[in-house]
Design a protein around this ligand. Structure first.
Ligand code: PRP
Ligand code: URA
Length: 216
């Protein structure tokens, strides 16, 4: 058997979209969560995504005094951040710890199993969300319908499109294309781009129904 090497997987992506570096660690983590025999959560990959997302937030200069009395000319984030998860529950803890206690909120959108059209069930968002940078989290990006519906909810609450960073575990090229063409100022960060969709709009190879696997 040949020794595994870092993948040369480099999908071409529209402006505004990027994929995490395909390290062996990332491939090992994806292998665990994709395996039909496992029911493991994806906190570690989501942490990598949140960390990458934070790299795209603007900063302003900030000078602090260190314990030895010297000045350190550093930076701090320019605006406040909040994490919004599109799905049932599981991204909460990871997002909370990785972004130093921002408000964590949820928009519940589910695809209709027959039509695959997204349906909004509720949105719990803070009054000042229009002033925040939003890390929008959803593990699966298939047709892009759910993501686009969530972005519309954020925009209708006054969030600026260029202040939304969408974080995603596994994406189909169709979903990336749909989201980026409709929202060209948004930044989309995914851990991996898969081959495409099957006849039921499931991602191939994907990992099946994320919600059913991890939250039931
Ligand atoms: C999954 C996933 C996305 C959506 C992606 O949720 O979390 O929200 O499907 O598909 P799309 O890009 O074609 O819209 P699902 O509707 O299965 O709800 P769940 O939270 O119950 O898993
Ligand atoms: N939603 C999922 O959970 N998985 C898919 O493959 C597509 C949509």
């Amino acid at each position: 058997m040949s020794t595994p090497t870092i993948s040369t997987h480099r999908p071409s992506l529209p402006d505004g979209a990027m994929v995490l570096p395909p390290t062996l660690q990332l491939q090992a983590l994806l292998t665990i969560i994709r395996d039909e025999k496992t029911q493991r959560t994806s906190d570690r990959i989501i942490r990598l995504l949140v960390e990458e997302g934070l790299n795209h937030l603007p900063v302003v200069p900030k000078t602090v005094k260190t314990p030895v009395g010297a000045d350190y000319e550093g930076v701090s984030f320019q605006g406040r951040i909040c994490g919004v998860s599109i799905m049932r529950a599981g991204l909460r803890d990871c997002c909370r710890s990785a972004t130093e206690q921002p408000p964590y909120l949820q928009i519940l959108i589910q695809r209709d199993e027959e039509t695959v059209q997204p349906k909004l069930f509720y949105a719990k968002l803070p009054d000042d969300i229009s002033e925040r940078y939003v890390l929008l989290l959803d593990p699966m990006l298939a047709t892009g319908g759910s993501c686009m519906k969530a972005i519309e909810v954020l925009l209708s609450h006054g969030v600026k499109e260029e202040r939304i960073i969408f974080l995603n575990l596994i994406a189909a090229p169709e979903g990336i294309h749909n989201v980026c063409s409709k929202f060209p100022k948004l930044r989309l960060i995914t851990a991996w781009v898969d081959q495409g969709l099957d006849n039921h709009s499931y991602i191939i190879p994907g990992l099946g129904d994320f919600g059913d696997r991890y939250f039931l």
